[in-house]
Design a protein around this ligand. Structure first.
Ligand SMILES: *[C@@H]1O[C@H](CO)[C@@H](O)[C@H](O)[C@H]1NC(C)=O
Ligand SMILES: *[C@@H]1O[C@H](CO)[C@@H](O)[C@H](O)[C@H]1NC(C)=O
Ligand SMILES: *[C@@H]1O[C@H](CO)[C@@H](O)[C@H](O)[C@H]1NC(C)=O
Length: 387
C-alpha cells in the first residue's frame, strides 16, 4: 500500500521579502577546517557582519548539557545518535531563528539539549559513500518550533557564516573514522530542512564525491523532496545503506542528458507544477528497523519547554501528546495553505492535495497518515531567509 509513497515529498516555498545581506564573509564557515580536538569556543570570527555574531558556542561539555544549552556543535552519527538544529526559545519559527539555532541531540554526551522522547515520529538514516542523510517527521513543538513555515539550515547562509551562524557538524560514521565511535570527522558542507512537522538533512564527506554539490545550499525553496529525497515511512525508524543521489538540482531528462535546474531569484515565482523534474530517492539497501524506544532512551522524561503548547494544561489529555496537541493549533496543514494563497506565488505540487486537503483537526500526524494512505503527500511550507 505504501510502496512508492514519499512521506516527505513536501515543497519549500519562499516569500519575496527575503532580505539578502550585502555582507559576505571573507572566511566562510564551509571553508573552515576544524578538527574535533581543536574546536574553538566560537568558530565564527567575523566581527563586522551586520547580521550579528554567533549567539552560542562550539565547546560543549557536561556543564552545557541541559535544556537551556546554547551548544552549536552537532552530530549525525548513527540512527540512535544524531542531532537536529532547532530554536533556543519556545514557539519560534525557523525563519525568525535560523541564525541562532542550537543543537538538539538524541543522545547524552554531546553537551547539548536532548530531543524529548515522542518528538520524532518517523526516521530514516541512510549512509551513502559520500554523505549521511536523515529524514523523518516530528512533533516540532517539542523542539521549540512554532508556526507552519519551515526553513533551511546550512553551512552556507546568506553571508557565509552558516545558519545557525557558527554551527559545526561532526560524525563518527564517515570512512575516515574507521568505525571508531570515538573518532569525529567534521562535515564542512551540510544542509537541513525542518518545519511543518518534518525534517531532513545531509552531511557530506569531504573525501566523498562532490560534497558541495551533494549538500548544496542554493535550493532552499525546494525542501526535502529535492534536497534530500527519501522514502521515510510513517511510524517507522530504520537505518539503511544507500547510493549517492545525483547532486541537488541535477537530473537526467527524457533525452538522456543530464541537466541542472537552478532555483530562480527570490523575487521570481516558482511554478512547482512546472519544475523540470521530480526527484526519485536513490536506492537504499540493508535497511534495519528499530523501535523508537530503543533510540530515544535519553529523551525519556525530558520535558518540553513551556510556551510550546505541550504538557499540563496545554495539550488535551488522554491522547498521545503532540499528536493531537499543539500541532493542531500551530502547524496544521491549512496554515501552510493559507500562507500559500497569501503569498500568491505558491504552486502546489501534484501531490499537495494530500496536505492541502487534510483537515486542520487532524493535525500534523493526521496529515501524515492521510498522505501516506493516499500514496503521496506534500506539505508546503515557507522557507524564509534560508539560503
Ligand atoms: C565547557 O563548555 C563551556 C562552554 O563552551 C566552556 O565555557 C567551559 O570552559 C567548558 N569546560 C571545560 C572544562 O572545558
Ligand atoms: C557505535 O555506536 C553505535 C550506536 O550509536 C553502535 O550501534 C555501534 O555498535 C558502535 N560501534 C562500535 C564499534 O562500538
Ligand atoms: C506561538 O506563537 C504564536 C504567534 O505568536 C501564537 O499565536 C501562539 O499562540 C503561540 N503558541 C503557544 C502554544 O503559545
Amino acid at each position: 500500500m505504501m510502496s512508492g509513497s514519499t512521506l516527505l515529498s513536501f515543497v519549500l516555498l519562499a516569500l519575496s521579502t527575503v532580505v539578502r545581506a550585502d555582507y559576505f564573509s571573507s572566511d566562510p564557515l564551509a571553508n573552515k577546517v576544524v578538527p574535533y580536538n581543536a574546536i574553538p569556543y566560537q568558530v565564527m570570527t567575523d566581527t563586522d557582519d551586520n547580521r550579528g555574531f554567533q549567539t552560542g558556542y562550539n565547546i560543549c561539555n557536561s556543564t552545557t548539557e541541559n535544556q537551556d544549552s546554547m551548544c552549536q556543535t552537532m552530530f549525525v552519527n548513527h540512527i540512535d545518535d544524531f542531532c537536529l538544529w532547532a530554536p533556543p526559545t519556545a514557539n519560534s519559527t525557523i525563519a525568525d531563528s535560523e541564525g541562532i539555532e542550537v543543537a538538539w541531540c538524541s543522545k547524552k554526551g554531546h553537551g547539548t539539549r536532548i530531543i524529548p522522547d515522542g518528538a520524532i515520529t518517523s526516521l530514516q538514516l541512510v549512509k551513502t559513500p559520500s554523505y549521511i542523510q536523515i529524514a523523518g517527521t516530528l512533533n516540532q513543538n517539542y523542539l521549540n518550533i512554532g508556526g507552519t513555515d519551515g526553513g533551511e539550515l546550512d553551512s552556507g547562509g546568506q553571508d557565509g557564516e552558516g545558519n545557525p551562524m557558527g554551527g559545526l557538524v561532526y560524525t563518527n560514521n564517515f570512512k575516515a573514522a574507521n568505525g571508531n565511535n570515538g573518532t569525529y570527522i567534521q562535515a564542512q558542507h551540510w544542509s537541513f530542512f525542518i518545519g511543518d512537522g518534518a525534517f531532513c538533512g545531509k552531511i557530506c564527506d569531504q573525501t566523498g564525491s562532490n560534497p558541495q554539490g551533494l549538500c548544496n545550499n542554493i535550493y532552499d525553496r525546494l525542501g526535502c523532496e529535492y534536497n534530500a529525497p527519501s522514502d521515510v515511512q510513517a511510524n517507522t525508524f530504520e537505518s539503511c545503506l544507500g547510493d549517492d543521489m545525483t547532486p541537488v538540482g541535477t537530473y537526467v531528462g527524457s533525452d538522456g542528458k543530464t541537466s541542472t535546474y537552478f532555483q530562480p531569484a527570490e523575487s521570481v515565482t516558482i511554478d512547482y507544477d512546472a519544475l523540470p523534474y521530480t526527484p526519485t530517492p536513490a536506492p537504499t539497501s540493508s535497511c534495519t528497523p528499530f523501535a523508537s524506544a530503543a533510540i530515544f532512551t535519553d529523551g525519556v522524561g525530558v520535558t518540553v519547554a513551556a510556551g510550546n503548547g505541550v504538557g499540563a494544561g496545554a495539550a488535551p489529555t488522554g491522547s498521545a501528546p503532540g499528536v493531537s496537541g499543539a500541532s493542531v493549533g500551530t502547524s496544521a496543514g491549512p496554515g501552510a495553505t493559507g500562507k500559500t494563497s497569501a503569498n500568491g506565488s505558491v504552486k502546489p505540487t501534484g501531490s499537495q492535495s494530500g496536505s492541502g486537503a487534510s483537515p486542520s483537526a487532524s493535525g500534523k500526524s493526521g496529515a501524515v497518515a492521510v498522505g501516506v494512505s493516499a500514496g503521496a503527500m506534500a506539505v508546503s511550507f515557507l522557507a524564509v531567509l534560508a539560503l
